[in-house]
Design a protein around this ligand. Structure first.
Ligand code: AMP
Ligand code: ZN
Length: 113
């Protein structure tokens, strides 16, 4: 299957990798929307949040744990950060392999645009 984030997780396409284990990989976003902007993805291909199954529940927890661990390493835990997962067209999803955005180091607006 031709998937950009599967290619990054297998190393076929390079990325600035921040963390990797058997289940997840985290890397810098190529077009950062904030001074800190990285992505946490499962290595398993899941197209959208709609495709999650019950067996993926621990994986989603791990993605959050990795996000907060990297945020701490980058020194933004206390100032704060935002995690976002976009789903389908209205959610603004452009890459159809689920990914958690982690944004920090500027005041983020709420509600989002
Ligand atoms: P979304 O719009 O929620 O699907 O987010 C996709 C994100 O992937 C965007 O923030 C892009 O900047 C990012 N992105 C696209 N291609 C790459 C790449 N090759 N390496 C890192 N991030 C990427
Ligand atoms: Zn994929």
């Amino acid at each position: 299957m031709d998937c950009l984030f599967c290619s990054i997780s297998t190393g076929k396409i390079p990325a600035t990798v921040l963390y990797e284990d058997d289940d997840v990989i985290a890397f810098e976003d190529i077009m950062p929307a904030a001074p800190v902007h990285f992505l946490v993805i499962p290595k398993k291909h899941i197209s959208t949040l709609n495709d999650l199954t019950e067996e993926d529940i621990p994986l989603m927890g791990k993605m959050h744990f990795v996000a907060k661990t990297i945020a701490k390493a980058k020194g933004v835990s206390e100032s704060g950060f935002r995690t976002v997962m976009n789903c389908n067209q209205d959610g603004g999803q452009t890459v159809y392999h689920i990914h958690m955005h982690v944004l920090a180091e500027r005041k983020l607006n709420w509600p989002p645009g």
